[in-house]
Design a protein around this ligand. Structure first.
Ligand SMILES: Cc1ncc(COP(=O)(O)O)c(C=O)c1O
Length: 368
């Protein structure tokens, strides 16, 4: 019995990668393990992803590159995010490839690479419509790619983009972005045949083969989370995370008694209430106050009252067999019942990504 744990099913991560790899065929699978593997633990999940067929890894920040690069020295790693000069140094020391989309930063990376004594492998990013990182101008992208290829301190490793609406199946914008990127990528590939072309995230892999190119960067699906916010089973994905705690106390509430800060719940009739010792300090969001269910003994019970930093309460009903020490599951399966991260996300009007990323460092991640 532990106060709060996230059990991570690494076999599920491997199986999800094998599922994506089957979809990708010849194209490589790059497992995105940023934000500590979307809250699942980066190291364990990266290892499981590689066992399932991923051949590359990606992170967002310099700190993540250091951590993952140290552990997986012989696996190509891409740091996807924006970097300060100091962070670029860290990323190069970690042996990671990095993203460029402006001439100034390209020169900076070349300078730093010279100081490091070996060429930096760079991926030129085209902003084909995400409107975030990347260069919007196809001409500048082509010019940057040429400059990288000619610079002895750089190796042109990739040309890439990122989709804004791959998860919105009724949106035509995905096609627009794809067409824009295809044109630029074709010219780059023609001029630099060894370059790796990549665009797809999880949703794009599952949605459209034309987006696969040479490699896909998949995050959410490798953890068994559905990129379309539906049941992951529909895509043949297995959720990898279970968030567990236990019943610390069971107490009788007479009708009219209230639970938690602000008295946001009043027992309508005499009932039993179970106290579970985890809360928003663990990443169980306060907006789940009176708005969630918890599994105990394979049954759903409503979370009642305010989610506090270290505790939540559930209504066990007028008669209960639940006892202190019983396991409580906030995300995951218990018996025949399960609570998906997608369900929690819908209650919070957010996406599954945010639900698992929010699980705080106070919760140890342990192999299932
Ligand atoms: C640039 C980039 N590529 C790929 C991914 C992976 O996306 P997903 O988790 O939807 O597969 C992300 C994640 O946000 C990203 O920022």
């Amino acid at each position: 019995m532990e106060r709060a744990t996230a059990r991570i099913d690494h076999e599920a991560v491997s199986a999800n990668c094998a599922r994506l790899k089957a979809e990708l065929g010849e194209a490589e699978l790059c497992a995105v393990v940023k934000a500590d593997g979307y809250g699942h633990g980066a190291d364990g999940c990266a290892g499981a992803a590689l066992a399932g067929g991923a051949t590359r890894l990606a992170v967002a920040t310099a700190g993540e590159a250091e951590q993952v690069g140290r552990r997986f020295q012989h696996v190509p790693l891409l740091t996807m995010g924006a970097l300060t000069a100091e962070e670029a140094d860290t990323v190069l020391s970690a042996g990671s490839e990095l993203a460029v989309w402006e001439e100034g930063f390209r020169r900076l990376v070349a300078d730093r690479a010279r100081a490091h004594g070996h060429p930096a492998r760079v991926h030129v990013k085209h902003d084909s419509g995400m409107g975030r990182l990347g260069n919007r101008s196809p001409d500048e992208v082509l010019e940057l790619a040429r400059a990288c290829a000619l610079d002895p301190d750089l190796e042109l490793a990739g040309i890439w983009t990122h989709f804004a609406t791959a998860d919105e199946l009724d949106s035509d914008y995905f096609e627009e972005q794809l067409e824009r990127f295809e044109k630029v990528a074709a010219v780059v590939k023609d001029q630099h045949p060894g370059v790796l072309v990549h665009a797809a995230n999880s949703a794009a892999v599952l949605r459209d083969r034309r987006a696969h190119f040479d490699m896909a960067r998949c995050g959410v699906a490798i953890y068994g989370l559905d990129p379309f916010q539906r049941d992951p089973a529909e895509q043949g994905l297995r959720p990898a995370l279970t968030l567990r705690s236990y019943i610390a106390s069971v107490k009788r509430f007479p009708a009219g008694a209230t639970a938690g800060y602000g008295r946001k719940w009043t027992a309508p009739v005499d009932t039993w209430v179970g106290v579970i010792p985890l809360g928003y300090g663990d990443g169980v969001r306060r907006a789940l106050t009176n708005n969630a269910e918890v599994l105990v003994g394979g049954r759903r019970y409503p979370l009642v009252g305010t989610v506090s930093m270290d505790n939540v309460t559930i209504d066990l009903g007028a008669e209960t067999a639940v006892e202190p020490g019983d396991e409580a599951v906030l995300i995951g399966a218990q018996g025949e019942e399960r609570i998906l991260a997608e369900e929690v996300a819908a209650r919070l009007e957010t996406i599954n990504y945010e639900v698992t990323c929010a699980i705080s460092s106070r919760v140890p991640r342990r192999p299932a």
